[in-house]
Design a protein around this ligand. Structure first.
Ligand SMILES: Cc1ncc(COP(=O)(O)O)c(C=O)c1O
Length: 288
């Protein structure tokens, strides 16, 4: 068995694509997802430190899954706050964006459904589709015409998975056109706002006020917010369905309250510091 693993590793090494874990590089950061510098912001850290000093209980371990002993008023209040901020009826927090996507796409579609994904969609969605047993079809990147041709051929329940901003090429999704198609074909549109959130306000959905047309959204907090974790924005029925049936939500220990407080404080910090994203845009446009 080990021989098989070693052969695969050797093959990677030969072609120069062997992955290894390296220490953080020193120097100017052109490679992380810490788009606004919050992960290293002294000012933000001081704010969090003050909250811990005032309430050391934030550092307690959650002690279990949220369905057993791991739920707290802090996580519930943070979810309510996030839902209100994004103008969605409900929000459900997760320890990572990977887990949030895994929860959505492994739980909502069943074996009779079709998940139509942009060909550049994040790996977590592909992994989730394997868990769901739904049929998965890729459409050409950012191409609503190709998407429509697939929707026409699949009259059953379809889910459409896109990102609002694709990190590899830095291009935006034609979200209004895709939302119109979702409506026309009664498909459920799910938008991952991982790279858009914080850099351009709360997201493309907020920008175009598409809350009623986008079935669910994923917001992640490991990028512009410099923290960790993610939430799914959806309606109350979908939230309750995930809480009842989603393995990546149920069978895992909840994070410490500190994470939920860091996320809520991150939203408040971004509101106080609009200059952070303005500076990023200036840097970008002076380079292009
Ligand atoms: C589009 C997208 N969705 C989800 C994720 C996963 O988020 P997290 O890093 O919080 O697990 C990433 C992370 O790279 C991402 O780029």
């Amino acid at each position: 068995m080990l021989k098989k693993f070693q052969e695969a590793l050797d093959k990677r090494k030969e072609t120069g694509i062997l992955r290894t874990l390296k220490p953080k590089s020193a120097g100017i950061d052109f490679y992380s997802n810490d788009y606004l510098g919050l992960a290293r912001s002294q000012e933000f850290h001081q704010l969090l430190l003050k909250q811990i000093q005032e309430n050391p209980g934030l550092l307690y371990g959650s002690s279990g899954s949220r369905l057993i002993s791991g739920n707290s008023s802090t996580v519930t209040e943070t979810e309510n706050y996030i839902a209100e901020q994004h103008q969605y009826p409900a929000a459900l927090l997760f320890c990572s964006g990977y887990n949030a996507n895994l929860a959505l796409f492994s739980t909502l579609p069943d074996r009779h459904d079709t998940v139509i994904v942009d060909e550049h969609i994040h790996r977590s969605v592909h992994d989730a589709c394997r868990m769901s047993h739904a049929k998965k079809i890729k459409f050409r990147h950012n191409d609503p015409e190709d998407l429509e041709s697939i929707l026409k051929k699949h009259p059953g329940q379809c889910y459409i998975a896109i990102e609002s901003l694709y990190s590899m090429d830095g291009d935006f999704a034609p979200v209004r056109e895709i939302a119109a198609l979702a409506k026309k074909y009664n498909a459920a549109l799910i938008v991952d706002e991982a790279h858009y959130f914080g850099v351009f306000g709360y997201g493309l959905i907020e920008k175009y006020q598409l809350q009623h047309d986008v079935f669910a959204a994923v917001i992640t907090y490991g990028k512009a917010l410099g923290a960790h974790g993610a939430c799914i924005l959806c309606n109350e029925t979908v939230k309750s369905y995930l809480v009842n049936f989603s393995s990546p939500f149920i069978y895992t220990t909840a994070a410490q309250d500190f994470l939920w407080i860091a996320i809520k404080s991150g939203y408040q910090f971004l509101k106080l510091k609009p200059e952070l994203s303005k500076k990023l845009h200036q840097n970008f446009f002076s380079e292009h």
